[in-house]
Design a protein around this ligand. Structure first.
Ligand code: SF4
Length: 280
């Protein structure tokens, strides 16, 4: 199959030059590489410019309500495990109204791939600041809350215990294709952070500036190291590639082996039941 076999007849209504075009192309290329039959594929989204993407793919598709893509995808995957299920959406949808669902999707570790197209702005509703809008940009544009610091999506999912975390860029098609393909292959919850550009509401040159701040992780980078991933997540420049990959057979990550996990209990000693205690 070819990438075009995964495109629906609908023409995207995105602005000319929007980073979402690159993601649609790379994603359909990845699907073609994996030869997933469209009748065994579902693409689920919330609301926003990037959340239109399911309509442009040849698959089962659901454009849900704002921030609710993950629970819908989880339900679908649990009831129909044979369906390859992708979740796509933007930074506003995923990290604002939808944020409450993210750690739960991660700890349930259902086999979903969540692709977030992060352009640091609400595009569909005409340029409000999103949870990932940078401070400088808000100051220049006079947006509300200029001193509120942005969320770090990669740090957020890592510290929630996500077993597969990668980052790519909408303008780097071969990298994006490979990253999405590998994430789909991962047999658990996988997260792909895609740096994308909004040519209409970001300042001119924003996409180029972000692109120039990207570095691929070095060849010797060890994606099995949680500490290496945390360091990469906090780096000033954007690190691209598979930042963390936990062997699915290793079970869930816990705070005893990875200090920095937010809100996750360390395993406790098994409780001795009252009956067993009486027998002793
Ligand atoms: S408003 Fe921005 S994000 Fe939305 S389609 Fe246009 S360029 Fe893309």
């Amino acid at each position: 199959m070819k990438a075009k076999d995964f495109r629906s007849p609908l023409e995207p209504v995105w602005c000319t030059g929007c980073g979402d075009f690159g993601v649609l192309k790379g994603l359909t290329q990845a699907l073609a590489d994996l030869e997933i039959p469209p009748e065994r594929l579902a693409v689920i989204s919330g609301i926003g410019c990037s959340s239109r993407l399911p309509g442009y793919t040849r698959s089962y598709a659901f454009n849900s309500v704002h921030g609710r893509a993950l629970p819908i995808a989880t339900g679908l995957k649990l009831s129909r495990p044979e369906i390859t299920t992708l979740v796509v959406g933007g930074d506003g949808d995923g990290f604002s109204i939808g944020l409450g669902h993210l750690p739960h999707a991660i700890r349930r570790n259902v086999d979903l791939t969540y692709v977030v197209l992060d352009n640091g702005i609400y595009g569909l509703t005409k340029g409000q600041s999103s949870p990932t809008t940078e401070v400088d940009f808000k100051r220049v544009r006079g947006l509300a809350g200029p001193d509120e610091r942005p969320l770090n999506p990669v740090l957020l999912v890592l510290s929630s215990g996500c077993g597969y975390v990668a980052r790519t860029h909408a303008g780097m098609l071969p990298h994006l294709r490979q990253t999405v393909r590998d994430a789909i292959r991962y047999p658990g919850f996988s997260f792909v952070h895609v740096l994308a550009g909004c040519v209409t509401y970001q300042t001119p040159g924003y996409a180029q500036e972000i692109y120039q701040r990207c570095d691929e992780v070095p060849a010797e980078y060890d994606p099995s190291s949680f500490q290496a991933a945390m360091t990469a997540a906090c780096a000033e420049r954007f690190q691209l590639g598979v930042l963390y990959r936990r062997d699915p057979g290793d079970g869930p990550l816990d705070a005893s082996e990875a200090p920095g996990l937010a809100g996750i209990w360390q395993p406790r000693p098994a409780r001795v039941s009252e009956d067993a205690a009486h027998e002793e």
